[in-house]
Write a protein that binds this ligand. Structure first.
Ligand SMILES: C[S@@+](CC[C@H](N)C(=O)[O-])C[C@H]1O[C@@H](n2cnc3c(N)ncnc32)[C@H](O)[C@@H]1O
Length: 317
């Protein structure tokens, strides 16, 4: 028998992508917001990325969660409702749920409806005593999200916080801290490291990350009345060590004209569409950021190669 699953739909309107593309193509630096990477196809490709030999973050974060789940459970206490931001396939949270004492519930939040509802259906089946809710929503839309009803443990894995520039990241964490009424948060954060490790993680030999990035254009053709020729673009990554910022682009291979929702745009050969940033932190840098966001930083765990970090934050009212 399946457990109890409720789906709450606060998904953005169907023309959201077309509007975002028109806005992102209005200025001299063409941009596509990275949340659009995750439609059904993008979520499937992301799951393949997590298994690539070059992509160390998922394996390393799972290792940290396995090693420290008991300590996390002690800090969190019994009967918490776990709220996961950018839940995706909700694989990592199982390591927490298995360690927590009598978790009261799980609320997964993601813009990717199919991935989220499939993941939550599986959680409801496997954790029958827990109330499972799937919230299809943009987690930056904090004001539209349901207010909390009890003690919660927020879980924000995958270094998804790295998609925001540091000041925006601090602002988002601050708004989440207020919404969660001082509940604690466990957050996974990728660390600054040698570009020889970082660059292949975003530009793998099998080309899966390139396909994930190019899927933005395929999705624009499917959903936003666009006519991108995918063969006219290539996946490009760039790391700025002084900032700790990894950037992804789609570079036009020739002078070309594209249409988006019936509007024409010119792209020159070599012109880049910015599609994602992934900011990397030092341990001290991330501790400062969460302190600015109003959290008390209780613990940080890292692997022995200092590749990835997991942090336990105590929310303050
Ligand atoms: C890097 S993946 C991480 C997935 C999973 N949590 C993990 O750690 O493997 C980012 C996830 O966040 C979701 N996401 C990205 N931006 C979002 C937003 N603004 N609102 C809600 N979900 C978002 C994506 O759909 C995707 O599932």
């Amino acid at each position: 028998m399946a457990g109890d699953l409720a789906v709450i739909d606060l998904a953005p309107p169907p023309d959201d992508y077309a509007q975002a593309l028109l806005e992102g193509f209005a200025g001299p630096q063409r941009r596509i917001p990275c949340r659009f990477l995750y439609d059904d196809e993008g979520s499937r490709l992301f799951e393949r990325i997590t298994e690539l030999p070059e992509y160390y973050p998922t394996r390393t974060e799972m290792g940290l969660l396995s090693a420290h789940a008991r300590e996390i459970a002690k800090l969190a206490g019994p009967k918490v409702e776990v709220v996961e931001l950018g839940a995706g396939a909700s694989r990592k949270v199982r390591l927490l749920l298995d360690a927590l004492e009598a978790p009261a519930g799980y609320l997964g939040i993601d813009v990717a409806r199919t991935a989220l509802t499939e993941a939550c259906t599986a959680l409801a089946r496997d954790y029958k005593s827990m109330k499972v809710r799937a919230l299809v929503a943009d987690f930056t839309d904090v004001d539209r999200l349901p207010p909390p009803n009890g003690w919660r443990l927020a879980f924000f894995p995958g270094s998804t916080i790295g998609n925001f520039p540091p000041e925006q990241a601090a602002g988002l964490l601050d708004r989440w801290r207020r919404l969660l009424a001082g509940s604690d948060m466990v957050i996974g954060v990728d660390l600054q490291k040698d570009p020889s490790v970082l660059l292949p993680a975003y530009d793998d030999a099998a080309g899966v990350t390139a396909a994930f990035n190019l899927n933005l254009l395929a999705r624009a053709n499917r959903e936003a009345g666009a006519d991108f020729d995918l063969a006219g673009f290539r996946h490009v990554v760039h790391y700025e060590p002084a900032l700790g910022r990894m950037s992804l682009y789609l570079e036009s291979l020739r002078d070309q004209q594209v249409a988006i929702a019936g509007r024409p745009f010119r792209l020159d050969a070599g012109e880049r569409i910015h599609t994602e940033d992934s900011w990397k932190y030092t341990l001290d840098g991330f501790r400062d950021l969460v302190t600015r966001a109003g959290f008390e930083h209780l613990r940080a765990w890292t692997d022995d190669r200092l590749r990835f970090s997991l942090h336990y934050l105590r929310g303050r009212l």
